[in-house]
Design a protein around this ligand. Sequence first.
Ligand code: FEO
Length: 395
Amino acid sequence: MVTRKIKNDVYEVGAIDWDRTLFDELIPLPDGTSYNSYFIKGSEKNALIDTVDPKKTEKLLENLEELKVKHIDYVISNHAEQDHSGSIPKILELYPDAKVVTNEKCKNLEKDLLLIDDGKFITVSDGETLSLGNKTLEFIFTPWVHWPETMSTYLVEDKILFTCDFFGSHIASSSLLVTNEAKTIEDAKRYYAEIMMPFRPSIRSNLKKLEKLRIDFIAPSHGQVYNHPNFIINAYKEWVSEDVKNKVIIPYVSMHGSTEKIVGYLVDALINRGISVRPFNVITTDIGELAMSLVDAATMIVASPTVLAGLHPMAAYVISFANAIRPKVKFTSFIGSFGWGGKSIDQFKSLTTNLKAELLEPILVKGYPKTNDFKSFDKLADEILKKHHECEFVK
Ligand code: FEO
């Protein structure tokens, strides 16, 4: 049992998932994760903010028992996704007087996903407050910090902002508070890249909305609690801005060495021009590392051999992944090799429609690259250098 105190009568009672290695059956979790749930004891009413993944319900119940919680008046649900809402039905069963407090959209999702009766909900609007006696909760709608219904809850007297996925990080740690800001930024950046990056415009508006609050703690529902929240707010401001770095990311697949050879050549050509570059062998790479690298890269170039007249399926996978997480890259291109023909370039174009990036001239070499082919990659490196110099967002 682990209950961790943030302030008087405010406890974290959720579960640390040390062993989880994959999220959404897609994202590797090198450091596990946590599902934070917060219990607030007011002078008149008690509230539980978010619950835990259904696999960890027992842990939440043990922690509530350790705190001798006999009564829960409100379950505040900031987000309907099951890693936070999935234990609500069990809480409602064990604490039958409890009501789920959330917004209309979240209510409707939870009725669909968790089969909770309509009568169990109290719906709130943006800016509404709820008194627990000596403590007050204010609900702040922060849509699209993952799903359309996401909101944050501000504990006014203690200046704690409970943000659910927003500002979260996938890390299992015995320390609730951030102890190593440099490590936390890396964890939070990985999380941002995979979960938040597609929603940059919404996050920008939500960050503005939070400016009116005085915040002593940001308490997300994954990872550690920030007791110096400015560093994560400032990191988010940088990540959601249009600014990118003089950096090229090259995810690649190679079967017989031709594509690997041209990637190696291009990497050296970019280094020689003072451009930061990072190739990722898609077959062995951690897709989360790739996502992190794309957070602030100016350019992404995908490299693939031709397989059955098109992209190598693993290249198609990584292109689809990049297209889904929508990095703010300003330039893209496609390079690769072929034996007798194919439609790789057309496929690349059709799979990258979410990326608002200029396509630099793709290059395909026939067979193993030869002297003339290498000249094309020198030209591509020159073009990238020129584009980066001219682009107002490359810092
Ligand atoms: Fe941690 Fe969108 O759920």
